[in-house]
Design a protein around this ligand. Structure first.
Ligand SMILES: CC(C)(COP(=O)(O)OP(=O)(O)OC[C@H]1O[C@@H](n2cnc3c(N)ncnc32)[C@H](O)[C@@H]1OP(=O)(O)O)[C@@H](O)C(=O)NCCC(=O)NCCS
Length: 219
């Protein structure tokens, strides 16, 4: 049985630091996003526009405007406020201590659903080395464990082979397709829905399975 929603505005499992797992490109860990991430966040997001924009929701303003360092404090405050209300767990991915992306657990709904979605992005220069798979494993183990959730959902464009592979490596089930689900990169796009419930997490967790199958090492 999941822990009840605690008094004081914080939800179980937040704030948290998770990890670490070693993959080919370094040591992967998760921590809450923080105000001083601004310059590193902006530099990565500006450099990686071509890598990220095809998969992210359409928003007002140019990419450059939306990812200047000056944008981060406002975004961070919204994320911190959602985390304090218990509707999100906004994690920064670090590799060897440096910001390398985000794992966002959003739309947290408590009883009776105990459900949330997971979204993520990773520094293009680190892709293909297992960083995001390790990071999502840590986050999902935490959400379906200490944070007391029962179901984690992920929606992904059918064309996003790398993202689908992350979910499939972790054992997410493909449940169906949501038609014209989200306005991404300028048009309403179909998205596949993947999900995992607490019953599907193996003994030792998703991170444990990455370790036992040789995809990561405890660090
Ligand atoms: C999707 C994304 C987060 C993956 O991050 P990552 O750290 O490279 O992920 P991993 O290395 O853990 O796993 C990626 C897998 O996809 C595979 N892959 C990548 N591109 C591929 C392609 N074009 N065809 C087939 N497989 C591909 C990799 O080989 C790897 O699988 P493997 O371990 O079996 O070799 C990253 O590419 C990204 O930030 N993309 C842009 C934002 C995005 O799409 N976010 C998700 C929205 S749903």
């Amino acid at each position: 049985m999941a822990a009840p929603f605690p008094a004081g505005g914080r939800h179980p499992g937040w704030p948290a630091r998770l990890g670490a797992l070693r993959v080919g490109s370094g040591v992967v860990a998760l921590r809450p996003v923080r105000l001083r991430d601004g310059p590193a966040w902006s530099a990565l997001r500006l450099r990686d526009e071509a890598h990220l924009a095809p998969w992210e929701p359409t928003m007002p303003g140019t990419w450059a405007q939306r990812h200047s360092s000056a944008e981060w404090p406002g975004r961070w405050m919204l994320l911190r406020s959602a985390a304090r209300k218990g509707t999100a767990l906004p994690f920064a991915i670090t590799v060897d201590g440096r910001l390398a992306g985000h794992v966002m657990i959003g739309n947290v709904v408590r009883e009776p659903l105990l459900s949330a979605y997971v979204g993520y992005w990773c520094d293009r220069s680190l892709t293909g080395s297992g960083v995001t798979t390790a990071a999502v494993a840590l986050a999902v183990d935490h959400c379906l464990g200490a944070a007391g959730l029962h179901r984690i959902e992920a929606t992904v464009r059918p064309e996003n082979v790398a993202s689908r592979r992350v979910l499939e490596k972790l054992g997410f089930r493909e449940e169906g397709i949501f038609r014209r689900y989200l306005d991404v990169d300028g048009a309403w796009r179909d998205h596949l829905c993947y999900a995992m419930t607490a019953e599907e997490v193996p003994a030792g967790g998703l991170a444990g399975r990455l370790v036992s199958t040789g995809r990561a090492q405890r660090a």
